[in-house]
Write a protein of this length. Sequence first.
Length: 587
Amino acid sequence: MLKRPFDKSKLPSRHVTEGPERAPHRSYYYAMGMTEEEIHQPLVGVATCWNEAAPCNIALSRQAQAVKMGVKQGYGTPREFTTITVTDGIAMGHEGMRSSLASREAIADTVELTMRGHSYDAVVGLAGCDKSLPGMMMAMVRLNVPSVFIYGGSILPGRAPQVDEIPEDFRSRDLTVQDMFEAVGRHQNKEMSDKALDMLERVACPSAGACGGQFTANTMACVSEAIGLALFNSSGMPAPYESRDQYGEASGKAVMDLVEQNIKARDVVTRKALENAARVVACTGGSTNAGLHLPAIAHEAGIEFYLEDVCDIFRDTPYFVDLKPGGAHVAKDLYDAGGIPVVMKELRKAGLIHEDCMTASTRTIGEELDLIERESDGKVIYSIDTPITKTGGVVGLKGNLAPEGAIVKVAGIAAEHQVFTGPARVFESEEDAFAAVKDRGYEEGEVIVIRNEGPAGGPGMREMLATTAALSGQGMGKKVALITDGRFSGATRGFCVGHVGPEAALGGPIGLLQNGDMITIDAVTGSLSVDLSDEQLARRKADWTAPRETLYTSGAIWKFAQLVGPTYKGAVTHPGGEGESHQYCDL
């Protein structure tokens, strides 16, 4: 007799465990050492992105064992499986980055297929790098089963050796991989020796875990709590801490409570929950990539929540959490200051949180916040009454250069530097732009344009961290601006506009620009424009020809380019919840 009664007649796993006709299936389970009791309990997928590609994922296998213990304590049967990741820090600055955004879709697809193929009843997903977090959450919402997300944790900050060979500003701060990309710019600028660069690369990333600032991984980890798929405070603790296993165990137990109460992913991820998540991105100065991933998660539920909707929330949300790259602190500091629960408690004081949203704990956001005793420390988490700036750290832009929108991170940029006008310096690819930056083939005051890097045209919508970090390392981060139909890393600093849509490959205005065209970026009013009339743009469009054929004419990247939709809708590759004729959980 089961110690906790679950009605298997309504769970997907009945198709593989119940009735005489499933004897062959059960024989497979017995072959793996499962007991009769375990076979007839709910089957819970424990999905991880463990691999040896990068430190982001290296601790996930250990944490998965803790999750499995929690599932067992809740009288479920865990079944561990893994999926891929592409780690942006390794893929950055070369052809590997074309695989990055496509990997988000592959992660969601492979988790879905594994769950469907084996009829699992619920999922706990562990992820540690930029695209694996939204990919895992997309799969949860797509499947619409009881789901709990858990982040693998951030890396510990690095510290430079206190030697004169290394510039003083590198010696006096916590280091992240962002500093290494900027060190390359310093080295190119002859301001850092080979020896100093060598010393820094050995200490910048000292442990397991994802990049330590409020870059894309930590931004989406914060989203996982704010959106309700992760247990409160589970995203903050650094990866090397053995006590992270307690959150893993608790997440395993929590998913069994969700199964018992039939609370599914779409009961958690609602329009209000997405708005809560966007608030947290804004007030923490999070990655512009959230403007891509939140619409993609919404798409899985059939919710229309596009880039403009995200940016509307950014516009009226104060920025009050001081994190790199715009600020001074790293993810560990946010955890030590109380983490996302304290941040959301501040948002609640201003009436900026929907408190009735369900969470993975089976409690609402409001009920969870009632349990939080800590207050903002005024150093990492400011009071919402005295924010760093009165509007969010990320701003949406629209105009004749971006009819479908664009996005810019302004966290850490003074208001007087949030308007920039200058002549275009046009590059047809990231490689061309990086080579020019390396050789100082640009002028102060210019707007560097990198095009043909969108989702379809790239293909793959690459991030431009190598180029932007080199500019910062050369001391030009505030002296030029940059726009692209590609993306920026969450670690990007400077006045950099991404996600310009429509992309160049689809005939967007960014594809019509010529050297010398005067471009104005105004993050105060939210506009991105070029000093050309509608008639001039129309004449250029009539003479426009599509960019050269891509080299990617087969395989996964070709497939992504054929299927991918517009950036403002999340660059997704299938019809989503709105196009469903069934839900997996009901089969």
